[in-house]
Design a binder for this molecule. Structure first.
Ligand code: GLC
Length: 547
């Protein structure tokens, strides 16, 4: 098989870096302070230069924005603030010209309370769309049907006086949960998927993919225990019966079958927000019949402590079916930016984190602005827009707006995001130095570092496809081999560390400099330094070390 044949058979998303765009915050072309689809089209040249191969867009469908697009009022249209269906078509086309695919976000767990199905469901128990939602009579004490809690706080049930029943909302009460036991709901979504696939959308990121089906008997959840993840302990209960039900896999399999009827195959990426790797891996099914990629939250929510994170990666590698493929991300619009959460805004450590994400075996996701070293922005109470932040300001969490602030294109007052003088929908972060214009021409910048790693992935079969193999290394460091001829060595500590690598050439370093320098089999890593070393190959393709 020639190299070209091999590549033709290999799906694009195994090799490419995906880039997440929060559309309201990327680029505003009409001066209303809100990013739009045309803005993304205008910035495609930048994304092509950066080297990414796919874009995941947070929801662009019409929404009253109780949860900023995650409360969908119409699944087959575009929110007027963001653009039109024609803009989407132009985006798909213009991106394709640059080898970039567009992945949409889909929100099947719940609709907006402004969706026509829910408005109809409220009109009576016999309404046409009543059973599209999860309705229940009061429990024995006359209160809510069971003890389920909403992810966003409080009880997960809302009383509807006119029809004398409760409806379920795992999130806001303006986000009623759909009833995925209902075959009509399933077939509505089959059509919605096809609607977008037929327009050239390359796949979907599925919102709360693990939670679509609820226990049929609506059994009470059990309290969280000391063994549970910190977040569950804070939450107070295990979501045993309102999430992670075994039957959700039937829905995902059904979707995968639809994806597989398209050429090229469309992909499914799951927001599998589970805390156990044994649960996470189930969403891959056999490896070929469920999700193509499932976000790994035990990894994303972990600390940048090499021992702990190594364990997560090792266990993920062991558990994942041979035909399935990992996905790695450390930042998104909910959990914040990895540079802030895991690296306390230390850009040196941030580069090591970026190197990790871009060199593990699997598909990396880069959150817009992470390539620059953007950090989470602190907001004043009156600037908070996120419903979670509005509920919790002043408490342990201040919500999710800090990682949703506008992309920093230049140092001007409008940050190149919007026209100077226009108030952006969320405030700008500190953009005088961290912006595309300032960093693009500086060869040692965070941006050019990120870009050079993406380029290295393109050039290296080992980096894209080689097996992951941990190499023994001192405390505070993490060394792994990718394939036969490439080694990644990360020093996360504040001490100089000597590590065993392979003899070869340093092809990337978080500290700049030393690139293309010869690396003997053992090197000293500076504090918070990461390097990628490629073995020098003899003419027959075997590493000199092995020859
Ligand atoms: C997902 C989204 C988040 C949203 C929630 C409810 O977790 O990523 O932003 O608030 O689902 O739809």
């Amino acid at each position: 098989m020639t190299k070209t044949d091999r590549n033709a058979a290999r799906p694009w998303w195994l090799d490419e870096v995906l880039y997440q765009i929060y559309p309201r915050s990327f680029a505003d072309t009409n001066g209303d302070g809100v990013g739009d689809i045309r803005g993304i089209i205008e910035r495609l040249d930048y994304l092509e230069w950066l080297g990414i191969g796919g874009i995941w867009l947070n929801p662009v469908m019409p929404s009253p924005n109780a949860d900023w697009g995650y409360d969908v009022a119409d699944y087959c249209d575009v929110h007027p603030e963001l653009g039109t269906l024609e803009d989407v078509d132009r985006l798909v086309e213009a991106a394709a010209e640059r080898g970039i695919r567009i992945v949409f976000d889909i929100v099947p767990n719940h609709t907006s309370d402004q969706h026509r199905w829910f408005k109809d469901a409220l009109t009576g128990r016999d309404a046409r769309y009543r059973d599209y939602y999860v309705w229940a009579d009061p429990g024995e004490s006359g209160g809510p049907p069971n003890n389920w809690l909403s992810v966003f706080g409080g009880n997960a049930w809302e009383w509807h006086e006119p029809t004398g029943q409760y409806y379920l909302h795992n999130f806001l009460d303006a986000q009623p949960d759909l009833d995925w036991w209902n075959e009509d709901v399933r077939s509505e979504f089959d059509d919605i998927l096809r609607f977008w696939f037929d327009r050239g959308i390359a796949g979907f990121r599925i919102d709360v993919a693990h939670a679509l089906i609820k226990d049929r008997e609506l059994r009470d959840n059990l309290p969280a225990t000391d063994e549970d993840h910190e977040r569950l302990k804070r939450f107070g209960q295990r979501p045993t019966y309102n999430m992670n039900r075994p039957e959700v896999h039937d829905v995902l399999k059904r979707w995968r079958k639809i994806c597989d009827t398209y050429d090229p195959q469309r992909i499914l990426i799951g927001e599998t927000f589970v805390y156990e790797l044994t649960q996470w891996v189930e969403y891959y099914g056999t490896g070929t019949d469920e999700l193509n990629l499932a976000f790994n939250f035990p990894f994303a929510l972990g600390r940048l402590d090499p021992e702990q994170t190594k364990d997560v990666v090792r266990a993920s590698e062991e558990l994942i079916p041979p035909d399935a493929w990992p996905a790695w991300m450390v930042s998104n619009h909910d959990i914040g930016r990895g540079l802030t959460r895991m690296c306390h805004n230390d850009p040196d450590l941030g580069r090591v984190l970026m190197m990790l994400v871009l060199t593990l075996r699997g598909t990396p996701f880069v959150y817009y602005g992470d390539e620059l070293g953007m950090t989470d922005t602190e907001l004043r109470a009156d600037q908070i827009r996120d419903p979670v932040g509005l509920r919790t300001f002043g408490e342990a969490t201040v919500g999710r707006d800090g990682c949703r602030t506008p992309m920093q294109w230049n140092a001007e007052p409008g940050a190149g995001f919007t026209v100077s003088g226009v108030e952006p929908w969320l405030p700008f972060g500190e953009h005088s130095a961290v912006n595309v214009e300032a960093l693009r021409d500086d060869p040692d910048s965070f941006l050019n570092f990120t870009r050079s790693l993406i380029q290295l992935r393109k050039e290296s079969d080992d980096l894209r496809a080689g097996a992951y193999q941990e190499v023994d290394s001192p405390d505070g460091t993490w060394v792994y081999r990718r394939g036969e001829n490439l080694v990644v060595a990360l020093n996360l500590s504040d001490e100089i560390a000597a590590v065993e690598v392979i003899e070869g050439t340093i092809r990337a370093s978080t500290t700049g400099g030393r690139i293309d320098e010869h690396a003997p089999g053992r090197i000293d890593l500076q504090p918070r330094q990461g390097v990628v070393i490629v073995a020098d190959l003899a003419h027959d393709g075997v590493s000199r070390r092995d020859a």
